[in-house]
Each structure stands twice: as structure tokens, then as C-alpha cells.
Write a protein that binds this ligand. Structure first.
Ligand SMILES: C[S@@+](CC[C@H](N)C(=O)[O-])C[C@H]1O[C@@H](n2cnc3c(N)ncnc32)[C@H](O)[C@@H]1O
Length: 278
């Protein structure tokens, strides 16, 4: 079985995976649509973060940096977009993708739970699809807040994996898959619903939450579903015969244009108070 993002904690140890480049390929495939949408109108895509020329913006856990580069477009010519990622594989790829451009963008290796920046370094800070994976999401949010200037904005985007619904003949198996993924596979599977309270606990103000329901096709989920189901059977969470029948049902549905799956994705934005509360 090849290593996949369905492996436990895989996203926190990309560099030591059997095939680190797999994670680059996975991001390129799974993020292609959102990156294309963002590239078609970066200003509209990042409107929630109120990004303007001259600002310093941090994209924490930036992956291959495709969205970081678009932030660079918005802050040019005098601002700077900085992408940080724990994985040196990701940072090298992100640097490779920006080296031919004169965008004000740079990439650094770093840990979102202990950022190597002084307090109040950035006007805008964002982190997408990382708090679900790391051991201490509250520490990460405290770091994102610390490096944002008073009056600046912090944004986090995460799914809530308990909201995953998959149509199937055997709905008990779909529910079992959702529970297995949310509670066993993903370290913080219910992070999506927790974000608004976490933002308030971090001292952020003007907290706003937007929810989107994503409807991924079978092709986007197939590897995730199959590898997690394989692991669930191996670990005794599912019975092999039921799992095989359930996977076969999903494939049949896909072939007949009857596959349906959905989950909720939450975008939470908050502002660092302009003056410290007395
Ligand atoms: C699912 S990818 C998301 C990448 C990007 N934000 C996006 O939305 O396409 C998760 C990223 O978080 C990075 N990561 C994992 N743990 C991290 C940590 N402690 N600090 C910084 N980055 C981390 C991984 O290397 C990976 O690039």
C-alpha cells in the first residue's frame, strides 16, 4: 500500500515519507480547482482578508505556495508575501515555482506552532488545512495571532470531518467511515466547528465564520476512501466483506453518475484588537 494522505499524521511528516513528492502531486490534483478560481481573480478570492498593496502577508503551512504567490500579486510592489511550511520538500517546490518571477514572495521552513517571526510582523495572516493535522491547534492559532499587528487580520480555513456524508446502499458503512476518519485518522477531525470559539479564546475580535458545502466527485475522494477503508479493516473498525461491498457500491455509483459525497468547509476570520483591552 503506498503512503497516502490518509495515513495517520502523514501531513506533519512529509519529508520522511517514502515518497515526499507524492504530497506535492496530491496537493496539485486536489487544489487545482481552487487555485484556478483564485488565479482568475485574486482580489475577489482574497476579499475576506482585505489584502492591499504594501502589506506584509503570511501564508502559514503554505504547501507548494500557489496561493502565496497570488498574495504576492496583491501586495506588490512594496509589500511582501511570506510562505512558511514545516516540510523542506514543500518549501523547495514553492521556491522553484516562484524563482522565474519578480513577485515579492519568499518561502521559509518553519513550524506553525513556533513561528520564527517577531510579534506584530504581519498585516494579514492565513493558514489553510493544517490545524486539523497538528497536535496543538490552539498553540498554532496563538502564534498566528502573535505575529499579526494590532488591527491586522487572521484567517483559518478547515473542514469539519464529522460533516462528511456519502450516499450508499449501506448507510451504516458510510457513517462508520465518517466516524473512523474524523476520530481516528485526522488528529483534529472536528476542528471546523471549533474555530469560531478558538478565535474568541485567542482574543481575536470581529470574528466572522463562513461555511461552504463541498461536493467532491468520486475521482477526488477515491484514494482517500479506499486507503482509509483498508486501514479501518486492518485496525478492526470495519468488517472486510462489508467494506468490500461498500467500496464496490461507490464505484458502481460513480460509473453510473450516481456518486454523491459532501462535507462542510469553514472559513473563520478575526481581527487583532487595535488596542489591548484594559
Ligand atoms: C494539507 S497541506 C495544505 C497546504 C496549503 N495550505 C493548501 O491549502 O493547499 C498541509 C501543509 O501543512 C504543512 N505542515 C504540517 N505541519 C506543519 C507545521 N507544524 N508547521 C507548518 N506547516 C506544517 C505540511 O507540510 C503541508 O504542506
Amino acid at each position: 500500500m503506498p503512503q497516502t494522505p490518509a495515513d495517520h499524521a502523514a501531513w506533519t511528516s512529509v519529508d520522511t515519507a517514502d515518497d515526499p513528492a507524492f504530497f506535492i502531486r496530491f496537493l496539485d490534483a486536489s487544489r487545482a480547482r481552487i487555485v484556478a478560481t483564485a488565479a482568475s481573480d485574486p482580489g475577489a478570492f482574497f476579499a475576506y482578508l482585505e489584502v492591499h498593496p504594501g502589506q506584509r502577508v503570511l501564508d502559514a503551512a503554505c504547501g507548494v505556495g500557489d496561493l502565496t504567490r497570488l498574495l504576492g500579486l496583491l501586495v506588490a510592489p512594496d509589500g511582501e508575501a511570506v510562505g512558511v511550511d514545516f516540510s523542506t520538500t514543500m518549501v523547495a517546490e514553492a521556491r522553484r515555482r516562484v524563482e522565474q518571477s519578480d513577485l515579492p514572495v519568499r518561502f521559509e521552513q518553519g513550524d506553525i506552532m513556533a513561528l520564527d517571526f517577531p510579534d506584530h510582523s504581519f498585516d494579514r495572516v492565513r493558514a489553510e488545512q493544517v490545524l486539523q493535522h497538528i497536535p496543538h491547534p490552539e498553540t498554532a492559532l496563538a502564534e498566528l495571532t502573535r505575529v499579526t499587528r494590532p488591527g491586522g487580520m487572521v484567517a483559518v480555513m478547515e473542514p469539519d470531518w464529522d460533516t462528511l456524508v456519502i450516499d450508499a446502499d449501506n448507510l451504516a458503512m458510510s457513517r462508520a467511515f465518517t466516524v473512523y476518519n474524523s476520530t481516528v485518522v485526522v488528529p483534529n477531525g472536528s476542528i471546523g466547528r471549533r474555530l469560531p470559539a478558538m478565535f474568541r479564546d485567542a482574543g481575536l475580535v470581529d470574528v466572522d465564520c463562513t461555511a461552504t458545502v463541498l461536493l467532491p466527485p468520486h475521482s477526488a475522494l477515491q484514494e482517500f476512501i479506499e486507503s482509509n477503508t483498508h486501514n479501518a479493516v486492518t485496525e478492526g473498525f470495519m468488517v472486510q466483506s462489508e467494506a468490500t461491498a461498500w467500496l464496490h457500491d461507490l464505484e458502481t455509483r460513480s460509473a453510473g453518475g450516481r456518486f454523491f459525497a459532501a462535507f462542510s468547509y469553514f472559513q473563520v476570520v478575526g481581527r487583532v484588537a487595535a488596542t489591548a483591552p484594559s
